[in-house]
Write a protein that binds this ligand. Structure first.
Ligand code: SAH
Length: 474
C-alpha cells in the first residue's frame, strides 16, 4: 500500500482552499458535501465559486495567502496554477502537520484526493497511489454502475438494528451469519425497495429465529477448486464460500491472488508441501480438517485447479465421511483447461483429436508407470500433470510406442498467471528445450497434433524451433 486509506470526519471543521479555479470549485463542492466549513483565499474566482460566496455557503478572502490563515484549520487544499503559492502553502501546512493536497502535485501533497463513490452513509474511495487518476475514475464509473443507488438506504436501515443485534447475538460468528442472511435475502430487497416496515418486521423475525437456533455443533468442509491461478477463473460459488469461511486450508498451488479473495479475518492455514519445512502428511491434513469441522468451523479446503483431478481430494472426502463431517465439493478449472485456453490449444478437434487423456507423470521409484500403448494411440491429446521431471522418459516412451517424433508438444509453466511461460516443440526436441528454459513452477505438458494448431495460429513456429513467450503474445 503506497498510501493509507482512512475516512476523516470534517463535520463542522474548517477547511482552507487556496485558489479560485474550476478545480477549486470541484474541491469546495466535495468539502461542503462532507459538512466542512470552507474558507477560500484567491484574488479571482470562477463563477461557480462566486455563486457559493454570494449564497453565503463559503467564506472568502480576496487577498494573498498568509500563514495565519492556517490557524484553526483541519485540512488544506491548493487548487491554484501559481507554483510559488502551491509550494508556500504546502510547506507551511506540512510544518504544522496539517494534511495538505495540492491538485495534480503529488510531491507537494501529504494526502491524495481519491475518486469517490458516494452512497451515503456508504463511501467508496479509490486511489491508484497517484499513478493513474484516469484509471481511478474509470473504476469509479464501474463501481457506480454495479452499486444500486439505494444501497445507502440499506446501510442506514441496518445501522438502526446494529446495537440490538449485538446484544441479542453474542457470538460474532452467529452475528455474521445473521447479517449475511439479512443482506443476501428478502430483507435487503425490501429495504432497497423502500419498504422499511416490511423489512423491519422480517428482520425482527429472523433475529428471534437466530437467537433460538442452536449453534451447529459440527461445521462443514467445502472442498473447493481454486482454478489454475488467475483469480478471474474462480467459480462464483468458490468466491462466495471464501467470503464466508472461518478457516481456509490451502496448499502450494493456490495463487496468492486467489487466497486474497478470502474473508479478511478468516484464519489461513498453509498445508503445502514445499515451502513448509515440516510438511504435513496427507493423514495429518485429514485430521486437521476433521478437527476444525468438529470445532464448529466453516472450513474451505482450497486446492489448485479442480479438487478431484490429481488433487487427493478423494482421500479427504473419505476421511471426512468416516468422521461424520459433511463435505461439499465445488469444482474448479483444472490446469489442463486453463493452460489449453491460454495457449489457444483445442484439446479436442474434429479433424485431429477425438479424445483427450489426463495422466500423471509423477515418478514412482524413479520410473513412470503408464499405459504407453494406450497413450501412444493416434488422434488423441495427452495431457500430463506433474510431468516436468519425467519429461525425457515420457517423450521416449511415446516414440517407442509408435507416436512420430515430430508430434508437437507444449509445456505451460504457471499457466493463466502473470508468470506464465510456454515452450513449444516436438517429442524429439522438448527435453532439450525444457532444460534451456529452466522451468521451475508447476508445469503442464500437452502432446498431440492439436498443439500444432496453436503453433500455426501463433505465426507458424516450425516444429523443433525454440519457442518461448509470455501469455500476452499469442
Ligand atoms: N488439482 C490440480 C492438479 C494438481 S497436480 C488441477 O486440477 O489442476 C499438480 C500439477 O498440476 C502440477 O505439477 C502441474 O502439472 C499442474 N498444474 C497445476 N496448476 C498449473 C498451472 N497454473 N500451470 C501449469 N500447470 C499446472
Amino acid at each position: 500500500m503506497q498510501t493509507f486509506p482512512l475516512f476523516m470526519s470534517l463535520q463542522g471543521r474548517r477547511a482552507l482552499v487556496a485558489g479560485g479555479t474550476e478545480a477549486a470549485a470541484r474541491k469546495v463542492e466535495l468539502l461542503l458535501s462532507a459538512g466542512a466549513q470552507v474558507s477560500l483565499i484567491a484574488d479571482t474566482v470562477v463563477g461557480e465559486i462566486a455563486q457559493l460566496i454570494d449564497e453565503g455557503r463559503i467564506s472568502w478572502a480576496g487577498r494573498a495567502f498568509d500563514e495565519a490563515d492556517l490557524s484553526g484549520v483541519s485540512l488544506v487544499v491548493v487548487a491554484s496554477d501559481d507554483e510559488a503559492l502551491q509550494a508556500r502553502v504546502s510547506l507551511a501546512a506540512q510544518q504544522r502537520c496539517l494534511p495538505v493536497n495540492v491538485v495534480d502535485r503529488p510531491k507537494l501533497s501529504s494526502f491524495i484526493m481519491p475518486a469517490i463513490v458516494d452512497r451515503a452513509p456508504i463511501t467508496i474511495a479509490i486511489s491508484t497511489g497517484g499513478a493513474a487518476p484516469a484509471l481511478a475514475r474509470r473504476l469509479r464509473a464501474e463501481i457506480e454502475r454495479a452499486m444500486p443507488a439505494a444501497i445507502g438506504r440499506l446501510a442506514r436501515f441496518a445501522e438502526v438494528f446494529r446495537e440490538q443485534v449485538r446484544r441479542t447475538l453474542e457470538q460474532p460468528r452467529t452475528r455474521r451469519r445473521f447479517w449475511d442472511r439479512v443482506f443476501e435475502g428478502r430483507i435487503a430487497e425490501l429495504a432497497l425497495a423502500g419498504d422499511e416496515i416490511g423489512a423491519r418486521r422480517e428482520l425482527i423475525r429472523l433475529l428471534d429465529g437466530t437467537r433460538h437456533e442452536a449453534e451447529p455443533a459440527t461445521g462443514m468442509v467445502h472442498l473447493v477448486g481454486a482454478g489454475p491461478g488467475d483469480p478471474d477463473l474462480l467459480t462464483m460459488k468458490a468466491h462466495r464460500l471464501l467470503q464466508r469461511a472461518d478457516v481456509v486450508v490451502y496448499d502450494r498451488l493456490v495463487s496468492a491472488e486467489v487466497l486474497a479473495m478470502a474473508r479478511r479475518d478468516a484464519e489461513r492455514i498453509y498445508v503445502g508441501k514445499r515451502r513448509a519445512k515440516h510438511c504435513l502428511s496427507q493423514d495429518e491434513i485429514n485430521h486437521r480438517l476433521v478437527a476444525l469441522a468438529r470445532a464448529g468451523k466453516s472450513v474451505v479446503r482450497l486446492k489448485g485447479g479442480d479438487p478431484l483431478v490429481f488433487g487427493r481430494g478423494g482421500e479427504e472426502i473419505e476421511a471426512l465421511a468416516r468422521a461424520g463431517v459433511a463435505v461439499e465439493v465445488v469444482p474448479g478449472v483444472t490446469a489442463a483447461l486453463g493452460c489449453a485456453a491460454s495457449a489457444g490449444i483445442p484439446l479436442t478437434h474434429r479433424d485431429h483429436a477425438q479424445a483427450c487423456v489426463f495422466v500423471t507423470g509423477h515418478l514412482k521409484n524413479g520410473s513412470v508407470d503408464l499405459d504407453w500403448p494406450m497413450l501412444a494411440r493416434p488422434r488423441q491429446t495427452v495431457v500430463i500433470y506433474m510431468g516436468a521431471n519425467s519429461l525425457p522418459a515420457i517423450a521416449s516412451q511415446l516414440v517407442a510406442h509408435g507416436l512420430p517424433a515430430s508430434t508437437p508438444v507444449a509445456l505451460v509453466e504457471n499457466g493463466t498467471t502473470d508468470r506464465e511461460r510456454r515452450v513449444v516443440g516436438t517429442l524429439a526436441t522438448i527435453e532439450r528445450q525444457a532444460m534451456r528454459a529452466q522451468l521451475q513452477g508447476p508445469t503442464l505438458c500437452m502432446v498431440g497434433e492439436v498443439v500444432g494448431l496453436a503453433m500455426a495460429q501463433s505465426g507458424g513456429v516450425k516444429a523443433g524451433e525454440f519457442h518461448f513467450e509470455s501469455r500476452v503474445s499469442l
